[in-house]
Write a protein that binds this ligand. Structure first.
Ligand SMILES: [Zn+2]
Length: 229
């Protein structure tokens, strides 16, 4: 099954049917997975505002000129939004699983995401492809896109983001195999440093059969790549 993450209807339907035979998601945790509690954390926007004002002064700007007056507050609001994934647990979206005897690959391609490179605090964005081979448990399709979205809303490096998503799906769904591929362009490469416009970065994380079995790996890579673009 290959699908588009925008097909939210599918997920709503499966979410409803999940009510009847819902089973608890695995509570296994892994230390190398980014996982945060859902404790309420209030982003200190005033502190961000002060810091942004300092940056403007440091680069030789006048933070009191008209065009910049609201900038610190705007940046503070933006940061609380783009880093909101620090205070959510994406695994919540993998808790509502349902039993299904479907044992073929499930692949959601072209999940658009936007993240922030933790080295430069500049955006990188692109598309994620998330596939898994179920082991009796499947999850609503749009939930995979939600996981990608929330993991992206943290200071990130693409490699860790790829692994984090793969580990969550492997552990929480108990999938027999997981394949995550992310293609993105990094502003820190295109607007500064080596300035390679259009250079894209691809990372992948394979788990279970997609890691161990060459033909399974070839199959999922074919599904991801052949229909890419
Ligand atoms: Zn960077």
């Amino acid at each position: 099954m290959i699908t588009d993450p925008t097909q939210n209807r599918v997920d709503e339907m499966t979410a409803e049917s999940a009510n009847t035979h819902r089973s608890a998601g695995s509570s296994r945790k892994s230390k190398n997975v980014q996982s945060k509690s859902n404790q309420k954390f209030n982003v200190d926007r005033e502190r961000i505002e002060r810091a942004v004002r300092e940056i403007l002064i440091a680069v030789g700007e006048d933070p009191d000129r008209e065009g910049l007056l609201e900038t610190p507050a705007r940046v503070a609001r933006m940061y609380s939004e783009v880093f909101s994934g620090l205070h959510t647990d994406p695994r919540i979206h993998l808790k509502r699983v349902f039993t299904e005897n479907y044992d073929e690959i499930v692949l959601v391609r072209d999940i658009e995401f936007h993240s922030m490179c933790e080295h430069h605090l500049l955006p990188f964005s692109g598309r994620a492809h998330v596939g898994y081979l179920p082991n009796g448990k499947v999850v609503g399709l749009s939930k995979l896109a939600r996981v990608v979205d929330e993991v992206a809303r943290r200071p990130q490096v693409q490699e860790r983001m790829t692994e984090t998503i793969a580990n969550m799906i492997e552990q929480d769904l108990g999938a027999r195999g997981v394949a995550v591929m992310i293609e993105s362009t990094h502003s820190c490469m295109t607007m500064r440093g080596i300035r390679k416009a259009g250079a894209s970065c691809t990372t992948s994380a394979m788990r279970g059969v997609f890691r161990e079995n060459l033909s399974s790996r070839a199959e999922i890579l074919g599904l991801i790549m052949n229909q890419s673009r």
